[in-house]
Structure formats: C-alpha cells, structure tokens
Write a protein that binds this ligand. Sequence first.
Ligand SMILES: Cc1cc2nc3c(=O)[nH]c(=O)nc-3n(C[C@H](O)[C@H](O)[C@H](O)COP(=O)(O)OP(=O)(O)OC[C@H]3O[C@@H](n4cnc5c(N)ncnc54)[C@H](O)[C@@H]3O)c2cc1C
Length: 289
Amino acid sequence: MGGSQQLATALAEVIEHAGGEVVGGAEVIRIAVDNRTVTQVQTKDGRSFSAPYYIAATHMGETLRLIDKGAFTPAYTKRISNTENSYSIFSLYVKLKPETFSYINHTCYYQHDYNQVWNLGQYHREDWPYGMMYMTPPNEQQNEWATHLIINCVMPFSAVEQWQDTQTGRRGEAYAQWKAWHEQRIIDRMEEVKPGFTQCIDHVWSASPLTVRDYYHAPQGAIYGFVKDCHNPLATQIPVATKVSNLFLTGQCVGLHGICGVPLSAITTAEALVGKNKIIEQLQNTAPK
Ligand SMILES: Cc1cc2nc3c(=O)[nH]c(=O)nc-3n(C[C@H](O)[C@H](O)[C@H](O)COP(=O)(O)OP(=O)(O)OC[C@H]3O[C@@H](n4cnc5c(N)ncnc54)[C@H](O)[C@@H]3O)c2cc1C
C-alpha cells in the first residue's frame, strides 16, 4: 500500500513491538472522571478501558464533549469553548483513466487569483476557490502515470452551515446539488492547469466541511484545530497537562498542526510523562551523525 496509511501502520507496529495494543474502530463516548482523576474511558461498543494515565488526542472540543461535566473548571471550559476554529476544506478524490495524467512527485499549488493569496479561507460562491492544492499520491509500484488525484480547496464552515444538523448520506437534494456544483468548479479550475483534464476523469468523490466534521469529530470541520494568534501566542496556548491529574492532551489544538507539527507536539506530551528532554536526547543519540 502506498498512501499515508503506511505511516499509521508503521506507528502501530512500533506500539505493538513495545507490548502495546492499538484498538481501532472504537469510538469513545465517555471519559469518566472522579475527584479530578480519569477512572475509565468507555467506548460505543460497550467496552471500557482503564490505565494509570490517559492522553486525549482528539480535537479539544470533542474532549470537552466526552469528559464528565465538572472535570475541568468552568473558566477553562469556557475558554476552550470560545476558542476560534481554523477553516475547513472541500476535497476532491479523482480516480483517473489509465495513462492520462502524469505522476508528479511533489505537491502542487495553483492560485487562480493572486490578489487573494492571503484570503483563501474566505468564501464567495462565485469566486471560490481562490486557490487549490493538488497531488498524485504514489502507489507502491509507481510508474510515470498517476492513478488518482487529490485536490484540496480551503473552505470555511459557514459555506455548509445550513446543513449542519444533517448526517452523512441524509443531507438532502439541495446539498447534493451544492456539492456537485463545487466539484464541477474545481474540475473547471483544473482545466485551467491542464486543458482537457475532464477527459482524464474516471470517477470523482468529494468531501465537504461536514464530512471532515463528522469523520474526525472536528468541530466545524476545522482542518488545523484552533486558530493560533502569532501576535498573542499565549492567548491560544493550552498546556498538555490538565487539572485532571492523570489526563494529558496532544494534537493540533494544543500544539503545532499538520503532518509535521503534530508529531512534534506528541513529543512534548510524552515528555510530560517520561521527563523533559528524555525523548529528544534519545532521538539525538540514535540519529545518524
Ligand atoms: C482533507 C484534509 C487534508 C489535509 N491536508 C494536509 C496536508 O496536506 N498537510 C498537512 O500538514 N496537514 C494536512 N491536513 C491537516 C492534518 O490532517 C492535521 O493537521 C492533523 O491530522 C491533525 O492531527 P491530530 O492528531 O491533532 O488530529 P486528527 O488527525 O484529526 O486525529 C484525531 C483522531 O481522533 C479520532 N477521534 C475523534 N473523536 C473520537 C472519539 N470520540 N473516539 C475515538 N476516536 C476519536 C479521529 O477519528 C481522528 O483519527 C489535512 C486535513 C484534512 C482534513
């Protein structure tokens, strides 16, 4: 398998090699807390798990939803609830016809309107999207032709707010039409990049901010968690340790975002348990000179 799943598989192997177990497909429905201590985590399929320490790696909004009321102070809960979320995304997955689109070994960016390069998170239907990112994820035996293409366009949650009370597969005809319009708009933009692109398409699937919200349990489909303010970093900084003595936090809401940022934040959380610089030193000592 070629895609990003190989990272998850490699991480699971490391955990299992060290004697751990990865429990997939188990939705947590409650983090039970007694006297500012987590006592167990309960899953939708009726199981419960107990441990000396717990690390919440979900969006902080989801952690608040799951944890027993009163676990955190009202001030902390209010602060977290009022923190602004980053924008979401409309994403296209295109299955390509054989030998029609060259494999590209890097991510590509296309800016339709350079005047809006800092305003990608804004949404005006007629102008959307101002820009997009596309890539041809490699297969295991990648040759010169791509088999599929992912195209990501930033989109605020407000664009789909009218369907926020719907569920996947039952969002209604108006939503289906809205989605089809946005798929076509992205395909039109790709025609600007590669004339004749439509002829390369075998099939298209798309995901909207609602998909991201419901799939990742990320409030408002935020792809990067909470918005951070570079002018006032402390205002949005959330410590990895909490007032619940054995509960720690990780993930992009409490640290850096993205594929590179989140693993770095994970080190900060792990070091809160094993000791400052313990992991960094090990990494430095084992890294090739
Ligand atoms: C479509 C899309 C494209 C992106 N492209 C890029 C990119 O090109 N480059 C980049 O750097 N970043 C990209 N990002 C952002 C990147 O994915 C995030 O920054 C990163 O994954 C955040 O990691 P995280 O561990 O904090 O949260 P997540 O990756 O969201 O992990 C949280 C996990 O918790 C699980 N979860 C939530 N609630 C529960 C529950 N109740 N019970 C059990 N499990 C639960 C979720 O299913 C999820 O697996 C993209 C995001 C999206 C949505």
